[in-house]
Design a binder for this molecule. Structure first.
Ligand code: PMP
Ligand code: GLU
Length: 401
């Protein structure tokens, strides 16, 4: 290697995003002429609703083509502040809101703003794949609470208690959860909150990006628990509920001192997010939710379909998601079996087997901190779901041993 070609230790020590990697492998197989069904990437298969696109077109015509304030257009921050009150019983003023290029950037801002090397972040597993590396980017240490299907992949208060140390800086989780689809209910969250009630040095980072794809009666925000009000950062975004992944818009509501730190770092790295996208997003938040509700109803039907189909596969233990658009079956009973003499030892081997033989892309659970499971995104048509499950069943039935 030439001496000029030296990558930083930071990047050398970082894992590639497993979701994006699987999506790339699926794309490559497809380019090689295979009929691949990709259920790997967590992305709505719907297009952004027309009324939001129209608002963006109008914003362009109206001259929203310039830099915006670093934390976002005041109009959008006001709309987000109203949304937090309306939907979440959360009280964040516009000075407590920072809009970023996706919730991914919001999380990176938080990590870089709040953490020092040696700090610990408790991550409830299975966790979204990027949490781990985003925390490590700051030099802090991810402390993983492992859960399994028998507890619906939700951490218990006793587990949280056991993970706390004097170095704990914040707790990070998503609900509805990517990758499991589990939802932490109000009582689940109150029980977890009680554990840290008196640890006023500990913050909570609640990623609620799947809020609008919640099949339970009501989404509950942990920040609405009065004693956590000044200690909770609520992360959200437009990618999932509004099918706006490519628009790159996420946001936080946070204590003002946290918001200020995030603005400082964002001001040096990217500045304000896209101007006309922000304008359309402000409109989306206040417009009727019919399109999002329709998408949610469709995801719910697909969830029933995929649960039914996967349940018919011997060796797959299927969980019962109540939100997002993922299912996270436990395939550990299939590990140790062989296909054409090749042993399948891990969920990674299993995912590679399903991709290469059945031409269905899924993501290994280990990427989310949970061995022996796979994540399947059902943000796909009924026909794709039916065909994918048929192929998975066919190949699982070929396993021996
Ligand atoms: N959090 C979770 C739990 C996610 O699934 C995603 C999806 N990529 C994100 C954050 C980031 O979303 P985005 O950057 O598209 O807003
Ligand atoms: N959140 C999605 C997923 O988990 C999008 C891909 C990514 O950003 O990692 O698949």
């Amino acid at each position: 290697m030439k001496t000029t070609e030296k990558i930083s230790d930071r990047v050398l020590n970082m894992e590639e995003s497993a979701t994006l990697k699987m999506a790339g492998l699926a794309r490559a197989l497809r380019a090689a002429g295979k009929e691949v069904i990709s259920l790997s990437l967590g992305e709505p298969d719907f297009d952004t609703p027309d009324h939001i696109k129209e608002a963006a077109k109008k914003a362009l015509d109206d001259g929203y083509t310039k830099y915006t304030p670093v934390p976002g257009l005041l109009e959008l921050r006001k709309a987000i502040s109203n949304k937090f009150k309306r939907d979440n019983n959360l009280d964040y003023s516009e000075n407590q809101i920072v809009v970023s290029n996706g919730a991914k950037q919001s999380l990176a801002n938080l990590s870089l703003s709040l953490l020092n090397p040696g700090d610990e972040v408790i991550i409830l597993a299975p966790y979204w794949v990027s949490y781990f590396e985003i925390v490590r980017l700051s030099g802090a240490k991810p402390i993983i609470i492992e859960t399994d299907i028998s507890q619906d992949f939700k951490a218990s208060p006793a587990q949280l208690q056991a993970a706390l140390t004097d170095k704990t800086r914040f707790i990070l989780f998503s609900s509805p959860c990517n990758p499991t689809g589990s939802v932490y209910t109000q009582s689940d969250l109150e029980a977890l909150a009680a554990v840290i009630k008196d640890r006023e040095d500990i913050l909570v980072v609640a990623d609620e990006i799947y809020e609008y794809i919640n099949f339970t009666d009501k989404h509950f925000s942990i920040g609405s628990i009065p004693y956590l009000k000044d200690r909770t950062i609520t992360v959200n975004g437009f990618s999932k509920g509004y099918a706006m992944t490519g628009w790159r818009l996420g946001y936080i509501g946070a204590p003002e001192w946290v918001a200020k730190a995030c603005i400082k770092i964002q001001g040096q790295v990217t500045s304000g997010a896209n101007a006309f996208a922000q304008k359309a997003a402000a409109y989306a938040l206040e417009a009727p939710m019919d399109a999002s509700n329709k998408m949610k109803a469709t995801y719910l039907k697909r969830k029933e379909l995929i649960m039914d189909l996967l349940s018919q596969i011997d060796g797959m233990q299927v969980n019962h998601p109540t939100g997002a658009f993922y299912i996270f079956p436990d395939i550990s009973a299939l590990l140790g079996k062989s296909y054409q003499g090749q042993k399948i030892e891990t969920d990674e081997d299993f995912s590679a087997f399903i991709l290469n033989e059945a031409h269905v892309a899924v993501v290994p659970g280990s990427a989310f901190g949970c061995n022996g499971c796979i994540r399947i995104s059902y943000a796909a048509s009924d026909a794709e779901i039916i065909e994918a499950c048929k192929r998975i069943k066919t190949y699982v039935e070929k396993l021996e041993g």
